[in-house]
Design a binder for this molecule. Sequence first.
Ligand code: ADP
Length: 524
Amino acid sequence: MAGTPDAIVVVDDAGRIAEFNPAAEHVFGLNRAEALGQDMIGLLVPARRRRAYRAALARFSGTGDQEALRRLHRRSATSALRADGTEFSVESTVLPLAAGGARFCCEVIRDTSDLTQATSALAESEQRFRLLSTLAPVGILQTDADGKAVFVNDRWCALTGLTADEALRQGWAGVLDPECADFVEAVWMDAQHAGEEFQAEIELRSRPGSVKWIEGTAVPLQDASGRIVGYLGIMADISARKAADAERETMLAAERDARRIAAENAERLLTAELKARKATEAARRKLDEQNKRLRELDELKTQFMTTLSHELRSPLTSIVSFTELLKDAKPPPGPQAAEFLDIIERNSDRLLRLVSDLLLLGHLETGSLPLDLAKVSAADLTEEAIRARSAPAYRRGITIEFAADDGPPLRIDRLRMLQVLDNLISNAIKFTEPGGTITVTARCDGDEWRIDVADSGIGIPAEDQDKIFDRFFRAANARIEAVPGTGLGLSVVQAIVDVHGGRLAVQSIPGKGSTFSLYLRAAR
Ligand code: ADP
């Protein structure tokens, strides 16, 4: 009794402690002397078990029947009470004893609280593992050391399309194609040799037509001594990631294609641009040459016109002079001769004006016309020009109104500028019906003079307005109404205004009239 590690408590038939060994002293935390003679049930049995205990003990003491006591102790949660009042789990064996005619009950009690704790910790951990495997989004398979499946979770079954029983029977290899299983095994072996965790991406064809991509991982399970006692296989569905990868790959390929096409197009564009640039360059060179040639021709033409006009002017001047002489001759020419002389005079006058205009234009264009610049009053100049044309206006029944500002003088070639105003006023008279009005105004804003010649005549068609300053151009209405003219007057006007650094503008409404505006800088 002294040597055994189990507590031994002997109880007499009245339930009092008759013996209490050293192990019992240690387990219950009580001295033998304190325990002896005490009511064992009241001292060592937790309150809730006392009644049943007393009944079983009474039965034993009365009849020697141990069965009730044994049954009591077989219950799983057998427990006892320590002296400090804490309850602990025990395993108890009951032995009947007889000595000196008395019946004793000997209980051999083993403290199993450590074992109970370990068992409950294990159960707890087991439960935690089951819970985790239920909740885990991955398939889990556990095998024993020989690779035989011992556990699968629901997700494993869902992924493989097998029932738990089938999954347990087939293990991990059964869910793969034989070829794939060989491959996995080979990779697994390699990983094991290298001391690494096995991991592989596998195509899983669990049911016909169902293809899933899974990532398989396997880790060995070891006991405390490091011995492999099983394996844990984990299977995660990576189909979505694989699909996304594939999609990204397709997109990248499309992007690469697009970039390649863009690069090709850019190159093609560049080549085309280079070609176009070369062609433009060639065309520009050709155009330059043509322009040069045209300029030469233009100069030749101007020279020719100038020479021709010059050559024509002398004979014309003499025709005009001699016609005048013949008209004034004594005795005067007969009526028919006088009429012929009038015709000769009119036509040679026209010719002379045309030739003079051409000659002047030639000089203006070649810059060979010297300007005789002087300060001239704009009002005086305008008035003088009007006066020169007042007789023909009067003859045509046209009124000329005139108004002018005071202001700084102009610095101009007076005769040439008179020619400008004369041309504008004669046109106004020519293109205005009898009874019409011409208004001439000279206005100054301090720096610039603006001289307007406005008429109430036939006007100029809109489409012709920007062409009337071209040489020999005559607007359609002027031609239709057979208003006499050469189409040179406004070219001369434009050329003279240009050499004076001025500008011209026209505003006209067909059927209502036209206003020609001449702008000239005031002299400083
Ligand atoms: P033209 O000798 O024909 O008058 P111009 O060069 O002076 O030549 O004028 C060119 C054309 O401009 C004229 O033929 C005419 O069509 C138009 N034109 C010029 N002045 C007027 C005007 N005051 N009213 C209407 N048309 C005009």
